[in-house]
Design a protein around this ligand. Structure first.
Ligand code: ZN
Length: 165
């Protein structure tokens, strides 16, 4: 690690950024403005691939705008990912727009989005809400530092408060 230049983003370093995410229709869907900056370990898929690739080699203080295609973002929207579920298998009071946890056959817990509710059935959507969207990121690189052994072990950055999980 001694040779690493901590002015520039490289694999295995903890990067702190401020970002704003806007869709092609101009809708702002996420931003770190007014919050703690986002910290992630570069090169470990902590952020969408298209953004991570563009950030490689960027220096502290740099501002950039990155357009990310769905393929390099949250993936294409898949029509088959919409499924009907009988209403009696859903929790009471289910509403369109809700997010529910479901267990996949593999045992993996996933988030599903409630798209429609009728008297008989609920249509759930397994697509990420940003699947199929082109993502426009405005990013400012705030700092770059070496990851701690614990962070590398966990595969994610720990905030200023340290380890809380
Ligand atoms: Zn951790």
């Amino acid at each position: 690690m001694t040779d690493q230049n901590l002015d520039k983003i490289a694999d295995g370093l903890v990067v702190s950024i401020h970002y704003t995410l806007t869709l092609d229709n101009g809708e702002e869907v996420d931003s770190s403005a007014g919050r703690e900056p986002l910290e992630y370990i570069h090169g470990q898929q902590g952020i969408v691939p298209g953004l991570e690739r563009e950030l490689a080699g960027c220096h502290v203080g740099q501002k950039l705008e990155v357009k990310v295609t769905p393929e390099d973002g949250y993936g294409p929207r898949v029509a088959e990912a919409r499924q009907d579920v009988p209403i009696d298998q859903m929790p009471e009071g289910v509403q369109p727009g809700m997010q529910l946890q479901a267990e996949a056959p593999t045992g993996e817990v996933m988030i599903v989005h409630v798209a429609e509710v009728t008297a008989e059935k609920v249509v759930v959507d397994l697509n990420h809400p940003l699947a199929g969207e082109t993502l426009n990121f405005a990013v400012e690189v705030l700092s770059v530092r070496a990851a701690t052994p614990e962070e590398l072990d966990h595969g994610h950055a720990h905030g200023p408060g340290g380890h809380d999980h």
